[in-house]
Design a protein. Sequence first.
Length: 245
Amino acid sequence: MKGKIALVTGGSRGIGRAIAVKLAQEGCDVAILYAGRKEAADETVALLEQAGSRALAIQCNVADGAAAEAAVREVEAQLGPIAVLVNNAGIVRDGLAMRMSSEDFRAVLDVNLTGAFHMIRACLPLFIRRRAGSIVNITSVSGMMGNPGQANYASSKAGLIGLTKTIAREVASRGITVNAVAPGFIETDMTAGMNEAALQKGLAAVPMGRIGKPEDVANAVSFLASDAASYITGCVLKVDGGMYI
Ligand code: NAP
C-alpha cells in the first residue's frame, strides 16, 4: 500500500488508532479524524510518524455533513488523493429501549450511521473520478445479533451493513470496493467502562474465551483495504473470536 493515502475516522484511540498505525506500517500516509481528544490524536500522529507515515489529525464531528466534506478537502489538500476511507468513529449510549430517550437514540445513529454516510458521500465523487478506492466500515456483531441495552447502537450498526452493501452495489463497476468489518468484544475505552459482571458475561459468549485486541480488527481492515482484496466487495468480515457463528 506504499504511497496510498488513507483516512480513518475516530483514529485518536482504540480500534481506529490501531487501524491507522497498521495502514502506516503497510506504507500508507494516514489522516485521522477525531471528536475532541486532541492529546490522544497527537499521540496517534506521533505513532504514525514513527511508522514512517506522513500524518495529519483533524478535529471533525462526522455527524456534521459540511464538516465531513471540509475534512475530506483538507486531507486531499495536505496529503493528496485519498485511496482508502475507514469509517470507524463510533459512540455508545446504552440503556433499555423503554427508557431510552429519543436524543440518545438519535445521537448514536447520527455519529455511527449518518457520519459514515457523510464521509462516503464526500469521498465517492473523488473515487469515481479516479476509478479507484476502498471503503471499510466498522460495524459490530451487535448489529448482526442484536444486544439488549443497545437498541440505538445495534440499529446504527445494522444500518451500516445495509449502507455497505448498497454503496458496494452502486460503485462496483467503478473499481471501488466497499466492505465492513464486524468486531465482537474488543479491549478499548469503549469496553473498559464495563463492570466485572458484564465483562464476564461478555467473555462467556466468546468461544475463543478471550477479548480481542484492536490489532485483530486492524489486520482485517488492512486486508480489505489492500489490492489483495480487490475482488471482494459488499462483505461483512467478523472479527469476534467466534461470538456470532
Ligand atoms: P473508542 O475507544 O471509544 O474510540 C472512539 C473514537 O471515535 C475516538 O477516536 C473518538 O474521538 C471518535 N469519535 C467519537 N465520536 C466522533 C464523532 N462524532 N466524530 C468523529 N470522531 C468521533 O471506540 P473503539 O472501541 O475503538 O471503537 C471503534 C469502532 O469500533 C466504533 O465504531 C465501535 O462501534 C466499533 N466496535 C467496537 C467494539 C469494541 O468492543 N470496542 C466492538 C464492535 C465494534 P475522541 O478520541 O476525540 O473522542
